[in-house]
Design a binder for this molecule. Structure first.
Ligand code: 5GP
Ligand code: ZN
Length: 111
């Protein structure tokens, strides 16, 4: 999608510090990390948020969770997988992404 930051990263038009890449999914370090490990996990195909997932996206969702687990299993002391939906929930980039956070104690509930 034109003018989408994460589509541009997925296409390689904007550089990112890539952690894992598969045919359908790319994971890269957040530019403004909120924890020692803060990886963003996106589908290469543009989807606005989890609210826009459709029944046919189940394989893609499984692929996203597979990569999240690959990242998380190396994190000592627990980790968090979170996605923000809508501006009021903190979503600032409107291309589906999961945050993988770890490397420090994580409080709950979030703000
Ligand atoms: P959201 O607020 O939408 O849940 O998360 C968007 C995330 O994207 C934020 O944590 C922000 O730091 C990150 N981000 C914004 N612009 C860039 C960028 O150009 N490169 C990378 N790697 N992360 C970005
Ligand atoms: Zn996009």
């Amino acid at each position: 999608m034109a003018d989408c930051l994460f589509c541009s990263i997925a296409a390689g038009d904007i550089p990112a510090d890539v952690v894992i890449e598969t045919d359908d999914v790319i994971a890269f370090n957040d530019i403004n990390p909120a924890a020692p490990t803060h990886v963003l996990l996106i589908p290469k195909r543009h989807i606005g948020s989890v609210a826009e997932l459709e029944a046919g996206d189940s394989d893609l969702l499984a692929a996203l969770f597979e990569v999240a687990t690959q990242i998380g299993r190396d994190l000592v002391g627990g980790w968090r997988l979170v996605t923000n939906v809508g501006p009021d929930a903190g979503q600032s980039v409107f291309h589906l992404h999961f945050h993988v956070l770890g490397g420090r104690a994580l409080s709950w509930p979030p703000g």
